[in-house]
Structures are given as structure tokens and as C-alpha cells.
Design a protein around this ligand. Structure first.
Ligand code: ADP
Length: 448
């Protein structure tokens, strides 16, 4: 490795500042635990101190494996919108789905435009599958912070992940969907469960493995949920009846929105936040998830280039442009495959990078990916400690986790370090949002 030295600033020195120590992670665990506890409190004043919403989902059971039936599921939460037809049997789940793109125009439109589009997608799907004459129970995965009023109604607290459609915040999204379908007069739905992707992920893995108690998303955004004892949910206003538990959707992406992460945020994190559609919000998410990781790496590259430590001090037009460094590029570089790395560099306008450039880029990607994975793992460690489990399985979904070649390894190593002696498994969820929504619907239907 070549050693770089310019005016006292070194690549190593710059990157060292971004690495997290064990003490940093333990501090993060303490802070998020305090916020989780405050967020669950029955006292409004105490809840206000927390940046972690700790939303009640009203999902009280994971699947037993005995659920059966046909269900529709909707999945809205990021890059795509999907409609699914799901057949559940005790030993297998089969799915048929259609993916519909979610354009920037739709994401930033208004309630009527967005929900009319969703309604059109549902209608064309049920016709294509020839189930337009049946009113199948429907599970709706809506992966944004929602204040649930019951299992079948919930109010969008605020948009995240680039959505800004007007007239949806502070509204019941189930009502908006039903109204859109009513306007079309072609198909009516029977929503039996409204969940988010995190809960869906927990449910879908919980169907296979009874040890699943935590769900995690590492995709466009990040979030986690877990099964909590009702006695720890001070804000639970219902009866403390069996099963004395409920899944809590932490919405931990908002951790740090009260300033509690300021000690660990870098200049790059602040820049990402300032340039975003929701400044000051989703601080933890902006340090971790797929929507932002590539941009953080880009900002580090730009800074080191401006100091003459990278690319011979030459910043191409592309490298200088926001969001041009995709999080996928981070995975390409971290794969260690020289061809893939060269392709990334070429894409950014560097056709003849030096070996030193390649090496520095690798280090940047590694440090920032590892930082993201450690932050997420410390959050999980805090949850595992909070629920006092000696062993558990964490269900994980999202492209960042699935496609990044080292994210899982980084997380496992941090979990091992922070939770010595505990047996924690990270389980990959296959289509948690779709399958999970149907399973929530199935579990709800069994109750009636
Ligand atoms: P969503 O969270 O929107 O439901 P995904 O789980 O597919 O969907 O996550 C999309 C995010 O994953 C995007 O922000 C994208 O940057 C990131 N992503 C896509 N491909 C890769 C990859 N190969 N490596 C790392 N991140 C990726």
C-alpha cells in the first residue's frame, strides 16, 4: 500500500476518524436502549424525549405454520410497488406477483394520483389472475412510519425514502386506498392487515423458524422490529391479555433525530442530510442504508480528491455530481474483483486509474460499509439485550444486506463482539414484504 502524504493529511488519518471503536458501539447501544424505553413509555413527556418512535403494530403472534388459504398482498415501500397472490399451505407458500415501477413523479405527486395508480395496478392484476370475482383477504405492506390505530388502520406520520406525495401524511392510508378503489368501481378489497416490511420480514421467517423474534430491513432505508412483552409497553392502552406480547416497529431510522448521534456523525453525514428531501430526519438511516451509503462514499472520495490524495486530484464531472456513486458500486468494489472495480471507475470517468487509486477506493468503501454494518449490528445487540434472549434468529431483508458481499460478515463479527456468549443468527428473508403481509392476513383470519 502506497503511503500518501499531503500537507499533513493522510488517507489513513482521514479514514481512521470514521471508524467506530467498541466503546463507540457500546455508547450507541446505551443511547438507543434509552430511546427505545422512552419511546414505549406511557408518559407522553417521556416519549417526547425519544427519537425512536416504537410503534405498536397490533400483530400479537408469529405464524404457527398451520395457516392456510389464498390471500392478496400489496407491497409499497421503496423502489417498486408489487401486487401478489399468495397461496398458503401448512408446508408451502406459493406466490404469483407483478412488480410495477414506482416513478419519481408518482412518489412526489399527490394522494389521489398515487393511490389511483395503486388501485389501477390491483385491478389489472386481479383481472390477469382471474380472481376479480373473489374478495380475498388482503395484507398491505406499507413501509413508512405509520401510527397504527388497529391492525387494519393506520396514519402515515411522515414520508421517508424520497416520497413526498402531498395529502398522505396524517391520513389513514387504508382509507386512501379504499377510496381510490371506490372511485374505480371495479373491485373492492378486504384489508385484514396493515404492516410494514420489517414486520412482514419477521413474520415470513417466523413461519419457518420459531426462534425468530427480530426483523431487520437493510434496503433503501433501514428499520427493525421485535416481539416485546406487553408489560414493557407502557403506552399499550388495550387489555393485557394473552398472548401478552406485541410486535413493536421501532422505526429506528429516526434514531438520532433528537441530536443523540451528533457525537458520531461526520461532515459527510451532515452533507448527506442537508442535501436530502427530509433534512434533520432519519439520521441513523442516513448513516446506514442503501439510499445513502453510495453518496457517503462519493463525498469521502470528493474530499480526498480535493486534498490531492486520490485520482491525482482530478474530480470528474460524474464524481462531482450527487447520487452518481450508487450503493451497488460499493458492493462492486468490496467484491475485490478487479474488473468490477475498474468498471465502476470507468463509469465515474476514470479510465486509467492507478493501483493506488484502486487501493484507496477499496479502503473507503470498506470503512464506510463496515461503519454502516456496525451501527446496525449495535442497534440489534441493544434489542437482543433488551429482550433478554440468550439465543435468537434475526430475519433480514433488503438489497444492501443481500447483495453487498461483506455486510453480513461485518454484522456477525460486531454482534459476536457486543454479545459474547449469545447465539444470534441472521436469517435471510425471501420476499418478506409480500409473504409476510399474507401471513399477517392469514394469522388475522384464523382468529375470526
Ligand atoms: P426497498 O428497500 O426499496 O424495498 P431493496 O431492498 O431492493 O428495496 O433496496 C434498494 C436499495 O438497495 C437501493 O438503495 C440500492 O442502492 C441498494 N442496492 C441495490 N443493489 C445493491 C447492491 N448490489 N449492493 C448494495 N446495495 C444495493
Amino acid at each position: 500500500v502506497r503511503s500518501y502524504f499531503t500537507g499533513g493529511i493522510t488517507v489513513e488519518g482521514q479514514l481512521e476518524k470514521l471508524k467506530l471503536s467498541r466503546d463507540d458501539l457500546i455508547k450507541e447501544m446505551e443511547l438507543i436502549t434509552a430511546d427505545m424505553e422512552n419511546g414505549l413509555s406511557g408518559d407522553e413527556e417521556t416519549r417526547r424525549k425519544s427519537s425512536v418512535p416504537m410503534l405498536i403494530t397490533f400483530v400479537r403472534n408469529t405464524p404457527t405454520g398451520a395457516e392456510t388459504g389464498d390471500f392478496l398482498a400489496l407491497d409499497l415501500g421503496g423502489t417498486n410497488f408489487r401486487v401478489l397472490l399468495i397461496h398458503i399451505e401448512p408446508d408451502q407458500i406459493t406466490m404469483d406477483s407483478r412488480v410495477m415501477p414506482m416513478s419519481k413523479e408518482l412518489m412526489t405527486s399527490d394522494a389521489e394520483t398515487l393511490f389511483d395508480y395503486i388501485a389501477d395496478c390491483i385491478i389489472s392484476f386481479v383481472k390477469e389472475k382471474n380472481v376479480q370475482d373473489k374478495v380475498l383477504p388482503l395484507g398491505f405492506t406499507f413501509s413508512f412510519p405509520v401510527k397504527m390505530l388497529s391492525l387494519t388502520s393506520g396514519i402515515l406520520i411522515k414520508w421517508t425514502k424520497g416520497f413526498t406525495a402531498t395529502g398522505v401524511e396524517n391520513q389513514d392510508v387504508v382509507v386512501l386506498l379504499k377510496e381510490a378503489l371506490d372511485r374505480k368501481k371495479e373491485y373492492s378489497i378486504n384489508i385484514v392487515g396493515l404492516v410494514n416490511d420489517t414486520t412482514g420480514t419477521l413474520m415470513s421467517c417466523g413461519w419457518e423458524d420459531q426462534d425468530v423474534t427480530i426483523g431487520l430491513i437493510l434496503g433503501t432505508g433501514t428499520n427493525a422490529c421485535y416481539m416485546e412483552s406487553l408489560e414493557n409497553v407502557g403506552k399499550w392502552t388495550g387489555q393485557i391479555d394473552e398472548p401478552k406480547q406485541v410486535i413493536i416497529n421501532t422505526e429506528w431510522g429516526a434514531f438520532g433525530d433528537n441530536g443523540s448521534l451528533d457525537w458520531v456523525r461526520s461532515e459527510y453525514d451532515k452533507q448527506v442530510d442537508e442535501n436530502s428531501l427530509n433534512p434533520g430526519q432519519q439520521i441513523f438511516e442516513k448513516m446506514i442504508s442503501g439510499m445513502y451509503l453510495g453518496e457517503i462514499v462519493r463525498l469521502v472520495c470528493v474530499h480526498l480528491t480535493s486534498k490531492g490524495l486520490l485520482f491525482g486530484g482530478v474530480c470528474t464531472e460524474k464524481l462531482g455530481k450527487r447520487e452518481e456513486f450508487l450503493t451497488k458500486f460499493v458492493s462492486d468494489v468490496e467484491s475485490g474483483n478487479r474488473e468490477r472495480t475498474l468498471k465502476v471507475l470507468e463509469d465515474l470517468g476514470y479510465t486509467q486509474p492507478s493501483d493506488g487509486d484502486i487501493e484507496v477506493l477499496k479502503q473507503i468503501c470498506q470503512v464506510m460499509s463496515e461503519r454502516a454494518a456496525c451501527l446496525a449490528a449495535a442497534g440489534l445487540a441493544a434489542i437482543v439485550k433488551k429482550i433478554g434472549r440468550s439465543h435468537c434468529t434475526i430475519a433480514v431483508d433488503g438489497s444492501l444486506f443481500k447483495k453487498h458481499p461483506k455486510f453480513k460478515t461485518y454484522m456477525e463479527s460486531t454482534l459476536g463482539e457486543l454479545l459474547p456468549g449469545k447465539h444470534i443468527k441472521l436469517m435471510l428473508s425471501e420476499d418478506g414484504s409480500g409473504k409476510g403481509a399474507a401471513l399477517v392476513a392469514a394469522v388475522a383470519c384464523q382468529k375470526h
